[in-house]
Write a protein that binds this ligand. Structure first.
Ligand code: HMG
Ligand code: MG
Length: 297
C-alpha cells in the first residue's frame, strides 16, 4: 500500500464535538480546552459555529469563545457559518477561516439547514463571495456522502454535483462527511474511486463519524486514494442534532496514534494532545469513546 509521508488533522472537537452535548459547556471551559489543543501541534482548529442559538444552543457563546481564546500564530482558527448573518458574526469575531456546509441528500439538507439543496446554492454562493472579498479562505462540507438517515442510499452523482458547485463558488477544499457513520471500507473505496476521477485528492478531506467503529478502517482507504486531510474530534466527541443516529467523530488521539505508528507524520505531540483530551473528558464528567483515553485511564 502507498501512503503519504505527512497528513493534516483538522480538529473539530470544539464545534462538532460540543454541538450535540446536552449540558452546556461553559465558555471558560471551551476556551481553556481550545488553548490546550493549541499547544499540541495542531495547525487547524474549528472552534465553534455562528448559527442561531435556537438551532444549536450548545454553541450560543460563539463570539465570546472566539474573543477569549489565545491565538497562536500559525494555527488556523475556523468556524462554521450557514448564511450571511453567520459570516458577519464570524468576521466580527475575527475568525481566520470559515466553513460552509450542506448535504448531498435532500432530506438531511432540509432538516439541517431548512432549505432544499437547490435553494442552498445561492445562499452559500453569496457567503463564499463575501468571505473571499474579506480575505478569508472558505472550506466546504458535504454531508451524508455515504448515506442519509432519512433518504437512505445517496447516489455519488449527487455528491459530485454538490462538490462541483461548492468548488466553483471558490471553496478551497471539500470535506466529505460520513455524517451517520455508515460507510464501510469497500464502499469508501468505490466512492473515492469515482469522486477522484472528477476531483483531485488534494481538494478533498474526510470527515468520518464512528457510529459503527469503521472510521479508522475508512481512513486507511482514504489514505490509499491520496487523501491527506482528516477531520477528527478529541475524545471521539461529536454528532449532528439534525441527523438521527449520528455518533461521535473519529477520535483524534486514536487517529494520531494510528498514523504515527504507521510512520505518517501528523505534526502533533501525542502526549500534549492526550492532556487536552483528558481535560475535556473530566469537564464533561463522563467517559468518551476514544480507545486511547480508555487505555490510559
Ligand atoms: P432558519 O430558521 O430557516 O433561518 O434557519 P432564517 O434565515 O429564517 O432566520 C430565522 C432567525 O434566525 C432570524 O431571527 C435570523 O435573524 C436568525 P428573527 O428574525 O426570528 O429574530 N438567524 C441567525 N442568528 C444568528 N446567527 C445566524 C443566523 N441566521 C439566521 N447565522 C439556518 C436556517 C441555516 C440558519 C439554520 O437551519 C441553521 O443554522 N442550521 C444549522 C444547524 C447546525 O448547525 N447543524 C449542525 C452542523 S452541520 C454538521 O454537523 C455536519 C458536519 O459536521 C459534517 C458531517 O458530519 O457530515 C459539518
Ligand atoms: Mg460532523
Amino acid at each position: 500500500m502507498d501512503f503519504p509521508d505527512k497528513v493534516q488533522i483538522k480538529e473539530v472537537g470544539p464545534r462538532d464535538g460540543l454541538q450535540n452535548e446536552k449540558e452546556f459547556v461553559t465558555t471558560d471551559v471551551k476556551v481553556e480546552w481550545i488553548n490546550r489543543l493549541s499547544s499540541s501541534g495542531l495547525k487547524y482548529i474549528e472552534i465553534t459555529s455562528f448559527v442561531p442559538p435556537k438551532w444549536i444552543p450548545a454553541l450560543a457563546d460563539a463570539s465570546e469563545v472566539a474573543g477569549k481564546i489565545t491565538r497562536v500564530p500559525g494555527i488556523t482558527y475556523a468556524a462554521l457559518v450557514p448564511n450571511r448573518k453567520g459570516l458577519e458574526r464570524a468576521l466580527e469575531a475575527d475568525l481566520d477561516e470559515v466553513s460552509v456546509f450542506m448535504s448531498a441528500s435532500e432530506a438531511h439538507n432540509r432538516k439541517n439547514i431548512n432549505k432544499s439543496v437547490d435553494e442552498t446554492f445561492p445562499v452559500l454562493e453569496e457567503v463564499v463571495k463575501d468571505a473571499v472579498s474579506a480575505g478569508k479562505k472558505v472550506r466546504g462540507y458535504v454531508s451524508t456522502v455515504f448515506g442519509c438517515p432519512y433518504d437512505g442510499a445517496v447516489p455519488v452523482d449527487h455528491v459530485k454535483k454538490v462538490t462541483d458547485r461548492l468548488l466553483n463558488m471558490g471553496v478551497y477544499e471539500i470535506s466529505l462527511g460520513d455524517t451517520i457513520g455508515v460507510a464501510n471500507p469497500w464502499q469508501m473505496d468505490q466512492v473515492l474511486k469515482d469522486i477522484t476521477q472528477s476531483f483531485s485528492p488534494d481538494q478533498l478531506a474526510l470527515h468520518l463519524h464512528d457510529t459503527r467503529g469503521m472510521a479508522l478502517a475508512n481512513t486507511l482507504v482514504g489514505l490509499t486514494h491520496g487523501i491527506k486531510v482528516f477531520d477528527s474530534a478529541a475524545g471521539g466527541l461529536g454528532g449532528c442534532p439534525y441527523a438521527k443516529g449520528a455518533a461521535g467523530n473519529t477520535a483524534s488521539e486514536d487517529l494520531i496514534h494510528m498514523l504515527e505508528e504507521m510512520g505518517i507524520d501528523t505534526g502533533i505531540d501525542f502526549d500534549r494532545f492526550m492532556e487536552a483530551a483528558k481535560y475535556i473528558e473530566k469537564k464533561l464528567e463522563k467517559s468518551l469513546p476514544s480507545r486511547q483515553l480508555r487505555i490510559s485511564s
